[in-house]
Ligand binder design. Structure first.
Ligand code: NDP
Length: 251
């Protein structure tokens, strides 16, 4: 990163891409002062995660539970004592393998709640800390080292491309990511004047529990590329949809 980050928080970082991102941040020559890894179940997964992230605090965040998001924001505020949050990565997400025939209100609901409503609620709750980081920064313009929200999206949510249709229909997942992209656009329009950048990221097809072993990229490849890329983001990338490879994807 060209500029050193002060405070980073990644949702859903007990495994998969989220954990990879936290590890990559910790490996930077100048790692952020605070990296908050989060997991929805501290008693189950927190201890393991704490080993991975050593000194960094692990917080409990279930993105479908407004109380847990509020409590996490309060803990971060207490911990950082007057500092703002530079980078929020809304990474937590779920996928239900569904078809056009068996998709139903329950799967549509839980996937939308987790992948679309969750990132919006988390962003709202951390907004005061993001604004504070933007105000405290001496940098002009927008950047991830000043104040930014990155939403982990997917090209499967692209209405123009609709990739891998024959492979997996997954309508609830596609709809949730298409809607998440609109959340990104709305956040980017509303908060750019406060100095906060917001972008949707497509991480590629990655070998995780969600991506499966058949995926093309490893978590390490993807997360290294994302970290390199996000250090280059400026106004130009605000409100856009960018792949791990730096490509701009159609909505
Ligand atoms: P994984 O299934 O490996 O990990 C998902 C993470 O999200 C886990 O940490 C999980 O926690 C967490 N999570 C799920 N529900 C909640 C919740 N309600 N509150 C908090 N955390 C939650 O997925 P990936 O790492 O592959 O995916 C990360 C992101 O990247 C997702 O948003 C996904 O949609 C996106 N993505 C992934 C692709 C891929 O190929 N892997 C492709 C395109 C996009 P727990 O362990 O508790 O379940």
């Amino acid at each position: 990163m060209a500029q050193t980050l002060g405070l980073v928080l990644v949702t859903g970082s007990n495994r998969g891409i989220g954990l990879g991102l936290v590890k990559r941040f910790l490996e930077l020559p100048n790692p952020p002062k605070w990296i908050f890894a989060t997991t929805r179940e501290i008693p189950l997964r927190g201890r393991e995660l704490q080993k991975d992230v050593s000194e960094s605090p692990v917080l409990s965040v279930d993105v479908t539970d407004p109380n847990s998001i509020k409590a996490a924001a309060q803990k971060v505020e207490e911990h950082v004592q007057g500092h703002g949050l530079n980078l929020l990565i809304n990474n937590a997400g779920i996928l239900r393998v569904t078809t056009m025939e068996n998709e139903n209100a329950e799967t549509m609901g839980i996937v939308y709640l987790t992948n679309t409503v969750g990132p919006l609620l988390v962003s709202q709750e951390f907004l005061p800390l993001l604004k504070k980081a933007a105000q405290q920064s001496t940098q002009t313009g927008l950047s991830c080292s000043k104040a930014a929200i990155l939403n982990m999206s997917s090209t499967t949510g692209s209405i123009e491309v609709v990739p891998v249709w024959e492979f997996r229909k997954i309508p609830s997942y596609r709809c949730s990511k298409a809607a998440l992209n609109m959340v990104t656009k709305c956040l980017s329009l509303e908060y750019k004047d406060c100095g906060i950048l917001c972008t949707s990221i497509h991480p590629g097809w990655v070998k995780t529990r969600m991506g499966t072993e058949a995926a093309l990229q490893t978590v390490e490849e993807t997360t290294k590329a994302i970290l390199k890329m996000l250090s280059t983001f400026s106004e130009k990338e605000n409100g856009s949809f960018i792949g791990w490879d730096g490509q701009i994807y159609p909505w």
